[in-house]
Write a protein that binds this ligand. Structure first.
Ligand SMILES: Nc1nc2c(ncn2[C@@H]2O[C@H](COP(=O)(O)OP(=O)(O)OP(=O)(O)O)[C@@H](O)[C@H]2O)c(=O)[nH]1
Length: 422
């Protein structure tokens, strides 16, 4: 179901907007060429609509009547306009439009459509304002809510820290400098003590009278700063830039830790996280096991049905692993090799769990293009207690030995440290 409404009377510009929307948005928006069509679409789909991109002057609404109508209904509106008149801009911002875009080039249409997407994403982004002046706090809240952010408020730094503790989803903190109890710098330092820049962004607010404050904010760990009083648009741009920088970092982190084909963790992440989990288990004298599993005769699937079929089998096995063992650390650690780190499980429990998985795989049908295949897996399990000096590489070496034995013994088997292998 479409979530955006785009209204433009020029068929040439509408064509450009459609092209940009198809490249940017996941779903096709609703399109209208005049106010009558737009109102009809709004009334029919108002519960799904998230935001609208509206041309200011339409044949049946020459003075922005559609913008007024949609704002009255509470729908966030991005305005498209051919005029760069400062008064028009001020009037529109005063009315409460989320943004306005001057029709200048292909890039401005791109910006406008991306803004629709941003407004939708912002509905799940939480922002905290730390500011002792209730007037300013209220003003900043209004600006953020105009852009659909979910807003928390704190009257001072100490309260801001409390809220951050209770609301782990907060991604951006906007903080004033002068505040009772804990000032802006102390708050930034306290936040950086607990959260890295890639997890929470901070924008400092400072009065114009002291430009050194801005620099100090950045040097103390803030990502950005704004001098008060600020332009609404500059504020919104800074907030958007910081949130988008966090999004990009998150995406990079995801890509660096994941296997592209299956979406499971990759070997690198598994090794880092696995070592930490192992050392914790040793410290707390808790059992921990590692299972390394491998598809039997996987080469035959590639040879018989092609590489794409092989990839599909790997993806489906990864999904099964995620569904059944997702509470543990699961990774694709090689071509057709997967590893599972099992904190809390000794050799017997790990063997029994892996044997259950082995049976599950054996009974399952794996879809490939126009056909299906059956597969089996073999696995080697190593427990940390069996090692004099537990390390992840020592665990891997031992699990690999057991996997090799399972292959030698005929495959579709799980073997471990215990002599009564299953
Ligand atoms: N489709 C696909 N195949 C892969 C991928 N990575 C590795 N392989 C294939 O996995 C196969 C592994 O073959 P082998 O090491 O001989 O092992 P096997 O055929 O599974 O036999 P055993 O492990 O001894 O039971 C090779 O044909 C690789 O090309 C991948 O990402 N996609």
């Amino acid at each position: 179901m479409a979530r955006f409404l785009i209204v433009e009377d020029s068929s040439v510009i509408l064509k450009v907007l459609k092209h940009v929307a198809r490249q940017t948005l996941e779903e096709e928006p609703w399109y209208a060429m005049n106010m009558a069509q737009a109102v009809e679409l709004y009334q029919a789909h108002r519960h799904q609509l998230v935001a609208a991109l509206v041309d200011l002057a339409l044949p049946d609404a020459p003075h922005g009547e559609l913008v007024d109508y949609l704002l009255q209904q509470g729908l966030p509106v991005v305005v498209l306009t051919g005029t760069s008149d400062g008064d028009v801009r001020d009037q529109l911002l005063k009315k409460g439009v989320a943004d306005y875009v001057i029709k200048e080039s292909r890039f401005s249409y791109q910006y406008a459509v991306q803004m629709l997407q941003r407004l939708e994403k912002n509905r799940s982004v939480e922002v905290l304002i730390a500011e002792d002046s209730s007037t300013y706090r209220h003003y900043v809240r209004q600006l953020l809510e105009l852009h659909q952010y979910r807003v928390h408020e704190a009257e001072n730094g100490a309260q801001a820290l409390e809220i951050l503790q209770q609301q782990p989803a907060i991604r951006l903190v906007i903080t004033d400098y002068h505040m009772p109890q804990l000032d802006g710098f102390e708050l930034v330092q306290a936040i950086r003590h607990r959260f890295e820049k890639r997890n929470i962004a901070i924008i400092g607010l400072s009065g114009q009278e002291d430009s050194a404050i801005s620099v100090k904010f950045i040097k103390n760990g803030a990502n950005d700063f704004l001098s008060k009083p600020f332009e609404q648009e500059e504020f919104v741009c800074r907030v958007t830039n910081n949130i988008e920088a966090l999004d990009s970092l998150e995406q990079l982190q995801w890509q660096a830790s994941r296997d592209y084909l299956t979406g499971l963790y990759n070997r690198r992440y598994f090794s880092e996280e696995g070592e930490t989990l192992l050392q914790r288990a040793v410290r707390e004298q808790q059992p921990l096991s590692l299972a390394v599993l491998d598809i039997d005769f996987f080469k035959n699937i590639n040879d018989e049905y092609g590489h794409q079929a092989g990839d599909m089998v790997l993806q489906q096995l990864a999904q099964l692993l995620e569904e059944t063992l997702g509470r543990f650390l699961v990774a694709r650690t090689g071509g057709e090799e997967f590893s599972v780190l099992l904190p809390g499980l000794d050799n017997d429990k790990a063997l029994s769990l892996l044997n259950g998985l082995r049976q599950n795989v054996e009974e399952r049908i794996f879809d490939i293009p126009d056909d299906f295949v059956r597969i089996s897996i073999s696995a080697g399990v190593a427990a940390s207690v069996a090692l004099p000096q537990p390390s992840l590489s020592a665990l891997f070496a031992r699990a690999d030995e057991h996997l090799y034995r399972a292959k030698e013994a005929g495959r579709n088997l799980v073997m471990g440290d215990d002599e009564d292998d299953e």
